[in-house]
Design a binder for this molecule. Structure first.
Ligand code: KG4
Ligand code: ZN
Length: 359
């Protein structure tokens, strides 16, 4: 690694239109020169979830604006970049297409090479951008659309040790918030409400009785629904303390299940660190539980800052740099892929989440 590399990254696979410029210096260290995220929360707020067609149109309208802003914030032009990286999947296909078409246009106009990046690889490689983490490490990806344990072995080498067979944990937080009439996104509002309660409501610990690292969250959500209905029937409404206890009980169940499965994944994986990414990694109860698991295994715990845990284009630019260094370039035949498992040898995951089909 002798040459400095600067890459423009584009991300549009769910509900954030994002562009960023990232530079890797000759010593291998990454620096984020700009990181622009144009969210779509307002657009989808009235629908209780992301509407793929609306998301795709908004991406197509705003992706060039995001690029302009990212270049301006970095104080650079396209001519200062060495390549263009873009999320080519997995995700909502209309949005992915908007990003890929924009990146192809920029590549065709400038002659800069194109790097098609797997969105999940972007999340999984982020600890290398933020902390220079060496391979191999264990990554737990927990967001509104993803949930999987990955042994990250190289820029394009990932072994999936397990994942959710139904909902992602963020989806479960969002659904529980809806059941309890708390605002969206559900994660932060459930966490705030839980702070006033005690984890006294008995809820299941799904799949703990089964060996391995797979997870399930949809039964937990149904159990919260039943407990809510029982409380409403008993009290003629949902008392505030009962709602707080339900939130605390649900959050504890999620944290305990993820902690136990993390213990198992670490026991299986022979790694030098335990890293976490995704919006749910913002949850303090969960973070504390995972930190304990890492400490008990004698491993460092790495959680990138929140803005780099949630969807962003800096992670795509960095994953692009890792491809650049490996000489893995794409051309104008690059295809947008709704499904794109990182571990090609693993069986497909079931279900479909906020971002469409699960990887
Ligand atoms: O990674 P992200 O921004 O988007 C994708 O899903 O890709 O994650 C968003 C998810 C939402 O479901 C949100 O409710 C959840 O992360 N989340 C949290 C917290 N903050 C965000 N879940 C639990 N506790 C939180 N503090
Ligand atoms: Zn994501």
């Amino acid at each position: 690694m002798t040459q400095e590399v600067t890459v423009l990254g584009l991300e549009s696979s769910c509900d954030d239109t994002a562009a960023a410029v990232v530079r890797r210096d000759a010593g291998g260290r990454g620096a984020i020169l700009s990181n622009v995220v144009l969210g779509q929360d307002d657009l989808h707020a009235g629908f209780g979830g992301v509407v793929p067609e609306l998301a795709a149109r908004a991406h197509a309208e705003k992706i060039d604006l995001a690029v302009e802003r990212a270049l301006a914030a970095a104080g650079l032009g396209l001519a200062d970049c060495n390549a263009i990286a873009v999320t080519a999947g997995p995700g909502l296909i209309g949005g992915v297409l908007a990003g890929v078409m924009c990146a192809k246009g920029l590549s065709a106009a400038t002659g800069l090479p194109l790097l098609g990046v797997n969105h999940l690889a972007g999340h999984a490689l982020t600890p290398r951008l933020t902390d220079g983490l060496p391979f191999p490490y264990l990554m737990l990806l927990v967001s509104g659309g993803h949930c999987q344990f990955l042994r990250v072995e190289g820029p394009d080498a990932f072994a999936r040790l397990g994942g959710t067979i139904d909902d992602a944990p963020g989806e479960a937080f969002d659904k529980v918030a809806r059941l309890l009439a708390l605002p969206q996104p559900g994660g932060p509002s459930v966490e705030t409400c839980a702070a006033e309660g005690r984890a006294t409501v008995p809820l299941p610990r799904p799949l703990l009785d089964r060996p391995g690292c797979d997870l399930s969250f949809s039964g937990l959500k149904t159990a919260v629904l039943r407990a809510r209905d029982a409380a409403v029937a008993a009290h003629g409404g949902l008392p505030r303390e009962m709602r707080a206890d339900l939130c605390a009980s649900f959050q504890t169940a999620v944290a305990e299940v993820l902690a136990e499965k993390s213990r198992r994944a670490l026991a299986l994986s022979d790694v030098t660190a335990f890293a976490v990414a995704g919006g749910v990694a913002a949850n303090r109860t969960l973070r504390a539980a995972l930190e304990d698991v890492a400490a008990a295994a004698g491993l460092p715990f790495v959680a990138p800052p929140l803005a780099l845990c949630t969807d962003n284009a800096a992670m795509i630019a960095w994953a692009g740099i890792e491809r650049f260094d490996a000489g893995h370039f794409d051309d104008l035949t690059l295809a947008a892929r709704p499904r794109w498992p990182l571990d090609r040898a693993a069986a497909p995951m079931l279900g479909s989440g906020k971002r469409g089909a699960k990887a």
